[in-house]
Write a protein that binds this ligand. Structure first.
Ligand code: G3P
Ligand code: MG
Length: 250
């Protein structure tokens, strides 16, 4: 199945409006009319894929340390909302299973970013693949990662899936050509670029290789910057707060 990504993808739900990577934030993204959301996924000690951005639990939950040390039943007990505001104290880090069920019910596309615990990259992919194969969720999905072995392995295990690489930095023009050749080799469909190095030249090169282009930033995009990116050929922008984008999200 070929799909075209939308102009806006909710970043970790809508991370600037409510606690990232929670069902609450995903639901808020849906209420704001986003049709796709992005989430960060890694595994617990018992290899349950769940949502968390960072390498450790400290910033966004009431837990601490590396999540690979905890069974999901203990991660479920954590408060994943109070860090953002006291009214979110009942939120928890959801499983990927719950999120894909919810997004299937709501007919929302999901970009699953594979964000493995270090040293557990293979186990992370295997757990996600097992879930996808067992449940055959109806929502559209695509996979991405900054970690080449993760995206290469998921494409191998799920050959019909859509897979893209994320790129944090580019030093020379040559780098992007090497990356694009690797994308072609593994039949990836998208490149996710850090806004810091996006230029007309880079976008044109990606387009010449038939890639769909997504752009992310830790800061929310101003509408003027988003328009510039779409005008030069960027397909999708990860957005943490889409409140100024009502014209696009009609
Ligand atoms: O997938 C785009 C974006 O989510 C990558 O950066 O750090 O927010 O996961 P990060
Ligand atoms: Mg992410």
């Amino acid at each position: 199945m070929v799909f075209n990504l939308p102009k806006l993808i909710g970043h970790r739900g809508v991370k600037d409006l409510s606690p990232e990577n929670t069902l609450y934030s995903i639901n808020q993204a849906i209420q704001l009319n986003l049709k796709w959301i992005e989430i960060d996924v890694k595994i617990s000690k018992d290899h349950i894929p769940f949502l968390l951005h960072d390498d450790n639990l400290d910033r966004t939950t009431s837990g601490s340390g590396n999540p690979i040390k905890y069974k999901y039943k203990d991660i479920l007990k954590l408060d994943a909302g109070s860090w953002f505001g006291s009214r979110y104290k009942n939120l928890y880090p959801p499983t990927l299973h719950e999120v894909l069920n919810f997004c299937s019910q709501q007919n929302i596309g999901v970009n699953i970013e594979l964000k493995p615990n270090k040293g557990f990259e293979k186990e992370n992919v295997e757990a996600v693949v097992k879930l996808i194969k067992n449940f055959n969720f109806s929502c559209e999905q695509y996979f991405s990662s900054f970690d080449w072995p993760s995206v290469i392995l998921i494409k191998k295990l799920l050959p019909k899936s859509h897979v893209g690489i994320l790129i944090e930095s580019l030093n020379k023009k040559n780098d992007i050509i090497k990356i694009l050749n690797k994308c072609k080799k593994y039949n990836f469909f998208s490149c996710g670029l850090n806004a810091k190095f996006v230029s007309i030249e880079v976008v044109e090169l990606c387009k010449n290789y038939g890639m769909q282009i997504t752009v992310y930033s830790s800061e929310n995009f101003k509408i003027i910057d988003a328009n510039n990116l779409w005008n030069i050929g960027v397909d999708s922008i990860f957005i943490g707060n889409p409140l100024n984008y009502r014209n696009i999200l009609k």
